[in-house]
Design a protein around this ligand. Sequence first.
Ligand code: ZN
Ligand code: ZN
Length: 681
Amino acid sequence: MSTNTIAIHLPDGSVREVPSGTTPLDIANSISPRLAAASIAARITPFTATAVQNSASDGQPDSQSEAAMYAAEDVAAPRLADLTAPLTADVKLELVTEKDPDALKVLRHSAAHVLATAVLELFPETKLGHGPATDSGFFYDFYRAQPFTPEDLAAIEAKMAEVVARNEPFCHEFAPRDKALEAFERDGDFMKTHFVTRFTAPGSEVSFYRNGKFVDFCRGPHVPSTGRVKAFKVTSLAGAYWLGDEKNPQLQRIYGTAFFSKKDLDEHFARLEEAARRDHRVLGKQLDLFSIQDLAGAGLIFWHPKGAIIRKVMEDWMRDECLRRGYQLVYTPHVARVNLWQTSGHEGFYAGNMYTPMELDDAMYRIKPMNCPFHILIYKNSPKSYRDLPARYAELGNVYRYERSGTMHGLLRVRGFTQDDAHIFCTPQQIEGEVSACIDFAEAVLKTFGFQEYKVELSTWDPSDRAHYTGSSENWDLAIRSLDNVLKSRSIEYRIIPGEAAFYGPKIDIKLVDVLGRLWQLSTVQFDFNLPARFELEYVGEDGERHQPVMVHRALFGSVERFFGVLIEHYAGAFPLWLAPVQIGLVPISERHAAYAQKVEAALEDAGFRVETDDRNEKMNAKIRDFANQKVPYILVFGDKEEASGSVSVRIRGKGDQGAMPLDAFIAKAKELVATQSIEL
Ligand SMILES: [Zn+2]
Ligand SMILES: [Zn+2]
């Protein structure tokens, strides 16, 4: 190793001159022993391609694909490295502590090594596949003729605790590739042989990590020692064919998760339990809201009467709000000639997401993945002057997009859905005002439907990827700047996501935060100067000249289906009064109260409520329980006493029996809650 001096640039802007071979741990210790103890790994951005010796520790194992684990990565990109990796060139160095989101990935991948260590100690005949971190934990693929039993998994978890208690350092080692391959082949390690053959170059040194007696082919990085994997759990077992081919041996994939503390681990499982309780697919069935039918196909939603009535309320609100905000409602077809999609550019930029064309007698047709070209044709159908702008066309339009089979998920990922879509055609001077109004509208949607918090992203293009975007750099810069201006003028905090724009322009995405703190991408506001050019749209300006308008695409529910799925989970099926499919359940105590039940029902329906009367010859408590299971907001119970006084006994969902109340007073109160779209009962 040379004795050169290298420059280490730290996040605070300071630069340390240190001998080549100094490790991130050395640097951490020189700053403070406390920082050194808290550090998990280092994030290194090289100024040259050889900053870390052998550059073997590239790549955080954050993807499940084997290539992502083993393949070489961009040498100039920031990467995670072991604290003990010698630095041999000038770098930017950031110490990664437990708070850093990447630290969890390093921990979880290290936990996968602990898992493999435990498995080999208990079942030495097992052959190893690979063991990456995932978004929620980690897994390791094993080959063993005998299936692991639940008892085996418990024993493995107990053995993992021993490996952790031994606190074995993770040591990075290297071996000549031929030697490594020879050893793997000799031991029948067919998967490791495959990985080394495929992802290392002949003649190179192969990177290994050792803890105790366990050695694994791996690029790292790892936490300093097994003792750092304190809070972990083996969660499940699944089968998978080696390389996804059913002719290959079947592997056993053991899943687990790991956190930096027992508290985080417990919270994780509590969250999972709560999410399962709120699963919209389960609640959708239980509350009879929607279904997906095998005979019809995956990703296609059937709205049952109770789901459909909620949808009607959502759509009515949306249409009324559009009209109030100066939009005009339109309806457009579901299919169009391929020529239209060629003009719009979808045929070139979006074909992979579209259903295949169908041949009719006069032309090829495609079902629509977006509504935009249709609204453009309406705009283009008559001459426009500046006085007609902005023109805001809104439609709850059904669109169909191809999703790979096996990727559909309830209402959240589907092949057919309804966009609350609008396209605004305006002058370049009007654009910022229009985008700002869209964001205002989006905030109203979130607030009305009960979401308090949201996060905003500005998706921009990737100028080096011209194949995926249409339009000139000047226009893209202008468009991005105007979206940026709007967000700044509204003092909205946002993140910039490069390379995530639509093919025709940049966009603002609004992600709501649900009651479990999960983020959902729903509303989007997009700037487009490209489609107006492709369709040669015009308006006559104040100057009497022809100009090209610009366009805003925006969807606020995003997909009505997806928004509904999120609503179900957010409320765990217990919808606010104004959305609930059955708002009021009526429970006459006995058959002799049937006439009063009819009277109460008629009065409530006259007042505009959705009411259901349970007139079965059942016990009162059974009727109450059934309405409660359907999460009906109000249950009104009545017998002789209530009938005599023209009152009802009121039970509020989640609050229980509130005692008797005059029917008129109840109606007045409930009407007020609906009118104000109250979340509370
Ligand atoms: Zn590893
Ligand atoms: Zn559009």
